[in-house]
Design a protein around this ligand. Structure first.
Ligand SMILES: NC(=O)c1ccc[n+]([C@@H]2O[C@H](COP(=O)([O-])OP(=O)(O)OC[C@H]3O[C@@H](n4cnc5c(N)ncnc54)[C@H](OP(=O)(O)O)[C@@H]3O)[C@@H](O)[C@H]2O)c1
Length: 487
């Protein structure tokens, strides 16, 4: 880059979400821009990233907070949505986009780059319709601010919801009963290619608003399942059945994959009608990007998973109007508690105890009473919760906002404290805290019951707590004694 050129100041909103985290890494690696991240909770940004960018805390539902976020910005990425929030997400997403557009115009921002979904309004699912409306709101003042609106369908990348669905179906089901919607044609794209389009959109020389449909080759979900299975070295039989309603298919998906009903049904609804590129703007204005074929995208995603290099996951964001980290990081209001204290001698390092607590869940499991945790997970799944199937992003390390099975990391103080907030379906709110002190581990399960039912639930599960929680605390300490594995 020409040293005398003025560096563009770029804002990434949704920087703690699936796309935003990866875009941040990509633009940081590029080094050509001055980056500012707009987040709802600065603590969710990893220290290694926070050191290299400017961070502003803001929410699109607090318009006054947007002034500081947008001040001096040339180009702003809009990567926000509140899909999993509540039933009213359509209206919320419109308000969010409207507040953002107005604030961006006021701040003199020149370009908004928005990533939405692929598809047309006429046959759009509820979720896609909301993404289209968001794009329409953002681009509704073309005389005042320019919008580049990228539209992507299924994104293939480690940790993306669609990829997790594909991967889990292929890995868990040797024989798959496939409904009609799996034959609908679509054009998936790799996360790497999405990021390439986003990056080039910053410098793209184009005078007005532009809509750019991005995707790789045309494939049906069925073809994608076959190809993904082949890449994984698996032989899978697909048996088509004429009747399997979208609702039933969604339940089927939540049974075998980690995603909750809302995401599963959004995918199934989205696949009821074709989602193919409606324009050739990607090839015309971004000629040097050649989208990777589907097989290659799957292979790359698998490689990232296998090498424990997953940068972001579909469950990173709070998925709602409330920021789960900010709003749930203090269990002080809980009224019921189960406290376990395990003393340890000087031979055990405080850091090792903390590390053992941070390795819980996912493939590492929950020790001796893992079957009880599994049972709780199955019950949770049955009533629409996450169950244990979300696993974890990284087998050894945690960062604030990570999902660990049905928990969410809401506080993390290096070598001192790990606080998990329960995202399972419960008649109340629950936390699991590991307070690591120089010679003892204090493990506390906090519960804030909702009414009488909440209290009844707590006392009903108390006998199980006796086994589960005492084993957990003891084993965490025992694990810390283990000599480190030799390479
Ligand atoms: N992921 C895909 O497979 C995919 C496919 C096609 C298109 N897209 C599009 O890409 C965009 C980004 O999607 P994503 O998957 O990265 O979403 P995501 O993981 O759910 O992240 C959403 C982000 O928005 C933030 N946010 C939510 N409400 C906010 C508010 N009121 N103010 C400020 N920030 C707010 C969240 O912050 P918290 O962390 O605080 O919750 C989070 O950082 C969306 O427009 C989506 O339609 C995604």
């Amino acid at each position: 880059m020409d040293d005398t050129a003025i560096r563009k100041r770029v804002l990434i909103t949704g920087a703690t979400g699936y796309i935003g985290r990866r875009l941040t890494h990509r633009l940081l690696a590029d080094g050509a821009f001055d980056l500012r991240l707009m987040v709802r909770n600065a603590r969710k940004v990893m220290v290694a990233v926070a050191d290299k960018v400017e961070i502003v805390e803001a929410s699109t539902f607090e318009p006054e907070s947007l002034t500081a976020a947008l001040e001096g910005i040339d180009t702003a990425f809009y990567l926000i949505h509140s899909m999993a929030g509540n039933e009213d997400y359509h209206r919320q997403d419109r308000i969010s986009a409207d507040n953002f557009r107005k604030a961006a115009i006021h701040a003199g921002v020149k370009r908004i780059i928005y990533l939405g979904g692929l598809g047309v309004k006429e046959s759009a699912s509820k979720h896609l319709l909301s993404r289209i409306e968001t794009g329409e709101v953002l681009s509704s003042s073309p005389d005042k601010i320019q919008t580049i609106w990228l539209r992507a369908g299924i994104i293939i990348g480690s940790g993306s919801a669609s990829f997790e669905i594909l991967r889990n179906l292929c890995q868990k089901l040797p024989i798959m009963i496939t409904p009609r919607w799996v034959r609908t044609m679509t054009q998936a794209i790799s996360i790497e290619d999405v990021l390439a389009y986003m990056q080039q959109s910053i410098e793209l020389e184009y005078p007005g608003d532009l809509m750019v449909d991005i995707g790789s080759e045309r494939l049906s979900f069925q073809q994608m399942m076959r190809q993904a299975a082949e890449v994984m070295g698996l032989r899978r039989a697909l048996i088509p059945v004429p009747v399997l309603s979208p609702r039933l298919s969604s339940y089927w998906l939540i049974l075998f994959t980690p995603v909750p009903y809302k995401i599963a049904s959004a995918l199934v609804e989205g696949l009821k009608s074709e989602t193919l590129l409606q324009n050739d703007h990607a090839a015309r204005y971004y000629p040097d990007i050649e989208p990777a074929p589907f097989r290659e995208s799957v292979a790359t995603a698998i490689k990232e998973l296998e090498s424990n290099q997953v940068l972001s996951r579909w469950c990173d964001s709070s998925g709602g109007t409330a920021c789960d980290i900010k709003d749930f990081d203090d269990p002080a209001g809980a009224v019921l508690r189960d406290v376990r204290i395990v003393e340890y001698d000087q031979g055990i390092q405080q850091a090792a105890v903390f590390q053992a607590a941070c390795a819980l869940g996912g493939p590492n499991g929950w020790f001796k009473y893992h079957f009880l945790w599994r049972l709780r997970g199955i019950l949770d799944k049955l009533v629409g919760g996450y169950g244990l199937s979300r696993g974890r992003r990284n087998t050894g390390q945690l960062r604030l906002g990570d999902a660990v099975d049905f928990w969410k990391v809401v506080d993390l103080k290096e070598n001192k404290r790990l606080l998990l907030y329960a995202q399972m379906k419960l008649p109340g709110q629950a936390w699991l805290e590991f307070d690591v002190q120089p010679t003892q581990l204090v493990q506390t399960a906090h519960f804030l019951p909702r009414g009488l039912l909440g209290r009844a639930y707590w006392y009903a599960v108390m006998p199980f707590h006796n086994f589960v929680f005492s084993d957990l605390a003891n084993t965490v300490v025992r694990m810390s004694r283990k000599p480190p594995a030799t390479q």
